[in-house]
Design a protein around this ligand. Sequence first.
Ligand SMILES: *Cc1c(COP(=O)(O)O)cnc(C)c1O
Length: 376
Amino acid sequence: MYKIMTAGPTQVRENVRMARSLETTNPDLDLEFYDFYKQTCDDLKGLLHSSGSAYILGGEGILGLEAACASLTEPGDRVLVIDNGIFGKGFADFVTLYGGQPVLYTCDYKRPVDCGKLREFLEEDSDFKYATLVHCDTPSGVLNDVKALGCLLDEFHILSVVDSVAGMFGEYLNVDESRIDILCGGSQKALSAPPGLTLLWVSDRAIEAMENRSTPIASFYANILTFKNYYKDKWFPYTMPISDIQGLAAAVDNVKADQEIFRRHEKIAAATRQAVTEAGLSLYLKSGYSNTVTVVQVPEGVTDEAILSIMRDKYQVMISGCFDILAGKVIRIGHMGENANIPDMAQTLDAMDKTLQELGVPLKCRMKDRFLELLS
Ligand SMILES: *Cc1c(COP(=O)(O)O)cnc(C)c1O
């Protein structure tokens, strides 16, 4: 078994795995399941400070991104796609798929979006039905200020769709204060349940926008409105994956019980970044580091594959490479959720120290020792 220190999925705690093996009922017919589902959604609303609705959808995190675009986009709609990362840009594909007209607002991939500059752009052109943005764009690890951006979009009467799949529960997030209309999350990042579920937080005005469409939503599975009356009607659009949701509920309880969750992510991430840079390696970003993932440039003279395979095969620690424009350029350590703990990070940095040494990459200090010193 490998130590899974990737940028998601993360390690999964035993109580979550056990909850997934509990006896199951028929989730379509058993009214107790509707109460259990609703309670879990209410807990999710409470954790992220949302007064709107929350839903759990059967399908990987990507489903939420598509469902948001499918449910809001009408043919011809102009949609602002805020792009300072690979997931940010990717929203344009979903907008196009549902007949919308994406307008890319592209900025530096090595820094968070500059709100002042976006304001200047919006003063010239703000005729957008909604905008998409990413909280933590995992391939680079850049963290955008969703509260400032959400409030700015709100000021210009633009609805907001926010992907915080890799930010939520590792970084503080307040849905109401950030004026977010559709927030997308997944089970397998900082929440630390296995992959398979999408989480959505939906504002009343987003529901209104969906109900006031002049064309029908061009999807069934990705239609958020089909969930709206599930509790009143005791009806789901498809059979809910009950074991996955039982596991998720246990993961939600773990997060609720963890008073130190943000502080822990912050400390581990800061020590990781400092240890890595003091050793002489370079971070990909110039600013705006998310506390859920650290993204390190592949040192000169070696390949990502060489580092990843030695760490995996010789030291049993799995970290992530990257894809798209960052393929081969960076390696990523996921310290989100269950991964955000000192012993696992020390083991990871130890494996990285030894691997880089074997590959002939000179390091100015041992990252593991430095990491432990910084946290002692
Ligand atoms: C992981 C992730 C998703 C979901 O992608 P999956 O392929 O379903 O895991 C979406 N957005 C971001 C920013 C992510 O990190």
